[in-house]
Design a protein around this ligand. Structure first.
Ligand SMILES: C[S@@+](CC[C@H](N)C(=O)[O-])C[C@H]1O[C@@H](n2cnc3c(N)ncnc32)[C@H](O)[C@@H]1O
Length: 241
Protein backbone atom coordinates (compact mmCIF):
# COMPACT_ATOMS: atom_id res chain seq x y z
CA UNK A 1 0.00 0.00 0.00
CA UNK A 2 1.20 3.51 -0.83
CA UNK A 3 2.27 5.72 2.09
CA UNK A 4 0.16 8.46 0.51
CA UNK A 5 -2.96 6.57 1.57
CA UNK A 6 -1.91 6.31 5.22
CA UNK A 7 -3.65 9.52 6.38
CA UNK A 8 -6.83 8.29 4.74
CA UNK A 9 -6.67 5.06 6.68
CA UNK A 10 -6.23 7.02 9.91
CA UNK A 11 -9.25 9.11 9.00
CA UNK A 12 -11.39 6.10 8.20
CA UNK A 13 -10.39 4.37 11.43
CA UNK A 14 -11.34 7.42 13.47
CA UNK A 15 -14.61 7.74 11.57
CA UNK A 16 -15.72 4.29 12.54
CA UNK A 17 -15.29 5.23 16.19
CA UNK A 18 -17.63 8.15 15.41
CA UNK A 19 -18.60 11.21 17.40
CA UNK A 20 -22.36 10.96 17.34
CA UNK A 21 -24.56 7.93 17.33
CA UNK A 22 -27.72 7.84 15.22
CA UNK A 23 -30.83 8.94 17.00
CA UNK A 24 -33.06 5.97 16.36
CA UNK A 25 -36.08 6.22 18.59
CA UNK A 26 -37.95 9.47 17.82
CA UNK A 27 -38.30 8.85 14.13
CA UNK A 28 -38.66 5.10 13.99
CA UNK A 29 -41.64 4.43 11.79
CA UNK A 30 -41.64 7.93 10.27
CA UNK A 31 -41.88 8.31 6.51
CA UNK A 32 -38.74 10.40 6.20
CA UNK A 33 -36.21 7.89 7.53
CA UNK A 34 -36.13 4.12 7.61
CA UNK A 35 -33.97 1.86 9.71
CA UNK A 36 -32.29 -1.43 8.85
CA UNK A 37 -29.46 -3.51 10.23
CA UNK A 38 -26.39 -1.28 9.77
CA UNK A 39 -23.86 -2.10 7.08
CA UNK A 40 -20.30 -2.67 8.44
CA UNK A 41 -19.53 1.07 8.65
CA UNK A 42 -23.03 2.51 8.56
CA UNK A 43 -25.62 3.82 10.98
CA UNK A 44 -28.52 1.73 9.68
CA UNK A 45 -30.52 4.94 9.19
CA UNK A 46 -31.64 5.49 5.59
CA UNK A 47 -32.81 8.60 3.75
CA UNK A 48 -34.18 8.35 0.21
CA UNK A 49 -32.43 5.00 -0.27
CA UNK A 50 -29.03 6.10 1.11
CA UNK A 51 -27.52 4.87 4.36
CA UNK A 52 -26.31 7.76 6.51
CA UNK A 53 -22.69 7.64 7.63
CA UNK A 54 -21.33 8.26 11.12
CA UNK A 55 -20.10 11.74 12.04
CA UNK A 56 -16.35 12.21 11.83
CA UNK A 57 -14.98 12.72 15.34
CA UNK A 58 -12.94 15.80 16.25
CA UNK A 59 -9.87 13.60 16.81
CA UNK A 60 -9.54 13.49 13.03
CA UNK A 61 -9.08 17.27 12.79
CA UNK A 62 -5.40 16.77 11.90
CA UNK A 63 -6.45 14.76 8.88
CA UNK A 64 -8.57 17.67 7.68
CA UNK A 65 -5.51 19.95 7.92
CA UNK A 66 -3.07 17.53 6.22
CA UNK A 67 -0.60 19.37 3.97
CA UNK A 68 -1.23 17.10 0.99
CA UNK A 69 -4.93 18.02 0.94
CA UNK A 70 -4.42 20.93 -1.45
CA UNK A 71 -2.89 18.63 -4.04
CA UNK A 72 -5.21 15.68 -3.45
CA UNK A 73 -8.42 17.70 -3.67
CA UNK A 74 -7.31 20.84 -5.50
CA UNK A 75 -8.84 22.96 -2.77
CA UNK A 76 -7.92 26.25 -4.46
CA UNK A 77 -9.86 25.21 -7.55
CA UNK A 78 -12.82 24.12 -5.43
CA UNK A 79 -12.95 27.58 -3.86
CA UNK A 80 -12.61 29.23 -7.29
CA UNK A 81 -15.58 27.13 -8.41
CA UNK A 82 -17.71 28.74 -5.70
CA UNK A 83 -17.51 32.09 -7.51
CA UNK A 84 -17.35 34.00 -4.23
CA UNK A 85 -17.92 37.78 -4.32
CA UNK A 86 -16.08 40.09 -1.88
CA UNK A 87 -19.21 41.18 -0.01
CA UNK A 88 -20.98 37.85 0.26
CA UNK A 89 -22.30 36.23 3.42
CA UNK A 90 -21.37 32.56 3.44
CA UNK A 91 -22.32 29.70 5.74
CA UNK A 92 -19.86 26.81 5.89
CA UNK A 93 -21.85 23.96 7.40
CA UNK A 94 -19.81 21.26 9.12
CA UNK A 95 -16.80 23.54 9.09
CA UNK A 96 -14.66 21.17 11.18
CA UNK A 97 -11.26 22.72 11.92
CA UNK A 98 -12.07 25.54 9.48
CA UNK A 99 -9.87 24.35 6.63
CA UNK A 100 -12.29 25.77 4.05
CA UNK A 101 -13.78 28.46 6.30
CA UNK A 102 -10.58 30.47 6.68
CA UNK A 103 -9.68 30.15 3.00
CA UNK A 104 -13.15 31.41 2.04
CA UNK A 105 -12.94 34.22 4.60
CA UNK A 106 -9.99 35.70 2.66
CA UNK A 107 -12.31 35.99 -0.36
CA UNK A 108 -14.91 38.08 1.48
CA UNK A 109 -13.11 41.14 2.92
CA UNK A 110 -16.44 43.00 2.94
CA UNK A 111 -18.55 39.96 3.82
CA UNK A 112 -18.60 37.24 6.43
CA UNK A 113 -18.36 33.49 6.91
CA UNK A 114 -20.57 31.73 9.45
CA UNK A 115 -18.75 28.56 10.46
CA UNK A 116 -21.23 26.01 11.77
CA UNK A 117 -20.44 22.75 13.50
CA UNK A 118 -22.09 20.47 16.03
CA UNK A 119 -18.87 19.50 17.83
CA UNK A 120 -17.67 22.06 20.42
CA UNK A 121 -14.10 20.77 20.00
CA UNK A 122 -14.15 21.84 16.35
CA UNK A 123 -15.49 25.26 17.31
CA UNK A 124 -12.71 25.57 19.91
CA UNK A 125 -10.08 24.88 17.24
CA UNK A 126 -11.53 27.60 15.03
CA UNK A 127 -11.81 30.02 17.97
CA UNK A 128 -8.10 29.57 18.71
CA UNK A 129 -7.29 30.44 15.13
CA UNK A 130 -9.61 33.46 15.07
CA UNK A 131 -7.93 34.83 18.19
CA UNK A 132 -4.41 33.87 17.11
CA UNK A 133 -4.68 35.52 13.71
CA UNK A 134 -7.06 38.35 14.62
CA UNK A 135 -9.64 37.23 12.07
CA UNK A 136 -12.66 39.54 12.02
CA UNK A 137 -15.00 38.07 9.44
CA UNK A 138 -15.62 34.56 10.74
CA UNK A 139 -18.49 33.96 13.17
CA UNK A 140 -18.84 30.60 14.90
CA UNK A 141 -22.20 28.92 15.39
CA UNK A 142 -22.90 25.73 17.29
CA UNK A 143 -25.52 24.04 15.16
CA UNK A 144 -27.79 21.20 16.17
CA UNK A 145 -28.36 17.89 14.41
CA UNK A 146 -31.42 19.39 12.72
CA UNK A 147 -30.47 23.04 12.19
CA UNK A 148 -27.45 25.25 11.52
CA UNK A 149 -29.30 27.98 13.43
CA UNK A 150 -29.02 30.66 10.78
CA UNK A 151 -31.51 33.47 10.30
CA UNK A 152 -33.99 33.23 7.43
CA UNK A 153 -32.83 34.80 4.12
CA UNK A 154 -29.49 35.72 5.70
CA UNK A 155 -26.83 34.15 3.42
CA UNK A 156 -25.84 34.27 -0.26
CA UNK A 157 -23.92 31.00 -0.31
CA UNK A 158 -23.97 27.83 1.76
CA UNK A 159 -21.12 25.34 1.42
CA UNK A 160 -20.79 21.78 2.65
CA UNK A 161 -17.51 19.99 2.07
CA UNK A 162 -17.38 16.30 2.91
CA UNK A 163 -20.23 16.67 5.40
CA UNK A 164 -23.59 15.97 3.82
CA UNK A 165 -23.28 12.17 3.86
CA UNK A 166 -22.91 12.26 7.65
CA UNK A 167 -25.83 14.58 8.51
CA UNK A 168 -27.97 12.58 10.91
CA UNK A 169 -31.09 14.57 9.89
CA UNK A 170 -30.52 15.63 6.28
CA UNK A 171 -34.14 16.55 5.57
CA UNK A 172 -34.54 18.93 8.52
CA UNK A 173 -31.03 20.36 8.15
CA UNK A 174 -31.52 21.07 4.45
CA UNK A 175 -34.97 22.61 5.00
CA UNK A 176 -33.39 25.00 7.48
CA UNK A 177 -30.54 25.74 5.06
CA UNK A 178 -32.96 26.51 2.24
CA UNK A 179 -34.78 28.87 4.56
CA UNK A 180 -31.47 30.60 5.46
CA UNK A 181 -30.53 31.14 1.81
CA UNK A 182 -31.72 34.31 0.15
CA UNK A 183 -33.75 33.77 -3.04
CA UNK A 184 -31.29 33.01 -5.85
CA UNK A 185 -28.68 31.90 -3.31
CA UNK A 186 -26.30 29.01 -4.00
CA UNK A 187 -25.69 25.78 -2.17
CA UNK A 188 -22.33 24.27 -3.14
CA UNK A 189 -22.02 20.61 -2.24
CA UNK A 190 -18.67 18.84 -2.39
CA UNK A 191 -18.86 15.07 -2.03
CA UNK A 192 -16.46 12.32 -3.09
CA UNK A 193 -17.59 10.80 -6.37
CA UNK A 194 -19.47 7.53 -5.86
CA UNK A 195 -19.33 6.93 -9.61
CA UNK A 196 -15.52 6.72 -9.57
CA UNK A 197 -14.16 3.50 -8.02
CA UNK A 198 -10.61 4.92 -8.06
CA UNK A 199 -11.46 7.57 -5.46
CA UNK A 200 -9.91 6.01 -2.32
CA UNK A 201 -12.76 6.68 0.11
CA UNK A 202 -15.29 4.34 1.72
CA UNK A 203 -18.57 3.93 -0.14
CA UNK A 204 -20.65 5.51 2.64
CA UNK A 205 -18.53 8.64 2.48
CA UNK A 206 -19.18 9.06 -1.23
CA UNK A 207 -22.27 10.24 -3.10
CA UNK A 208 -23.49 9.99 -6.67
CA UNK A 209 -24.78 13.02 -8.53
CA UNK A 210 -28.08 11.21 -9.06
CA UNK A 211 -28.57 10.67 -5.32
CA UNK A 212 -27.53 14.24 -4.45
CA UNK A 213 -29.98 15.67 -6.98
CA UNK A 214 -32.78 13.45 -5.62
CA UNK A 215 -32.13 14.67 -2.09
CA UNK A 216 -31.74 18.35 -2.99
CA UNK A 217 -34.80 18.43 -5.22
CA UNK A 218 -36.82 17.04 -2.31
CA UNK A 219 -36.15 20.30 -0.44
CA UNK A 220 -36.59 22.59 -3.44
CA UNK A 221 -33.02 23.08 -4.68
CA UNK A 222 -32.19 22.80 -8.40
CA UNK A 223 -28.84 21.63 -9.77
CA UNK A 224 -27.39 24.45 -11.86
CA UNK A 225 -24.07 22.79 -12.59
CA UNK A 226 -21.81 19.94 -11.50
CA UNK A 227 -18.34 21.33 -12.10
CA UNK A 228 -16.14 18.42 -13.10
CA UNK A 229 -12.65 19.83 -12.51
CA UNK A 230 -11.75 18.36 -9.10
CA UNK A 231 -9.65 15.20 -8.73
CA UNK A 232 -11.91 13.30 -6.31
CA UNK A 233 -15.07 15.29 -5.63
CA UNK A 234 -18.26 16.39 -7.26
CA UNK A 235 -18.62 20.16 -7.03
CA UNK A 236 -22.38 20.55 -7.36
CA UNK A 237 -23.88 24.04 -7.45
CA UNK A 238 -27.54 24.09 -6.47
CA UNK A 239 -29.75 27.18 -6.45
CA UNK A 240 -32.75 28.31 -4.46
CA UNK A 241 -35.30 29.66 -6.89
C1 LIG B 1 -15.49 15.28 7.57
S1 LIG B 1 -15.61 16.74 8.52
C2 LIG B 1 -15.41 17.99 7.26
C3 LIG B 1 -14.95 19.30 7.83
C4 LIG B 1 -14.72 20.42 6.79
N1 LIG B 1 -15.90 20.69 6.01
C5 LIG B 1 -13.55 20.11 5.88
O1 LIG B 1 -13.79 19.70 4.74
O2 LIG B 1 -12.41 20.26 6.32
C6 LIG B 1 -17.36 16.83 8.85
C7 LIG B 1 -17.76 17.86 9.90
O3 LIG B 1 -19.18 18.02 9.85
C8 LIG B 1 -19.66 18.20 11.15
N2 LIG B 1 -21.10 17.86 11.18
C9 LIG B 1 -21.68 16.66 11.10
N3 LIG B 1 -23.02 16.76 11.17
C10 LIG B 1 -23.30 18.08 11.27
C11 LIG B 1 -24.49 18.84 11.35
N4 LIG B 1 -25.70 18.27 11.37
N5 LIG B 1 -24.41 20.18 11.43
C12 LIG B 1 -23.18 20.80 11.43
N6 LIG B 1 -22.02 20.12 11.37
C13 LIG B 1 -22.07 18.79 11.28
C14 LIG B 1 -18.80 17.30 11.99
O4 LIG B 1 -18.83 17.66 13.35
C15 LIG B 1 -17.43 17.49 11.34
O5 LIG B 1 -16.71 18.54 11.93
Amino acid sequence: MSLRLLPLLVYLTICTSCAAQPDQSPEAGSATYTFKAPSPNGTGKYYLGREISYVMGHLAADWLERPEREEEENVSQAIENMDIQADERIADIGAGSGYYTFRMARKVPRGKVFAVDIQPEMLDLMQQRIEGEGIKNVELIRGSETSPKLEANSVDLVTMVDVYHELSHPRETMQNIVSALRPGGRFVLLEYRMEDPTVPIKQLHKMSEEQAVREMESVGLRLRENIGNLPWQHCMVFVKE
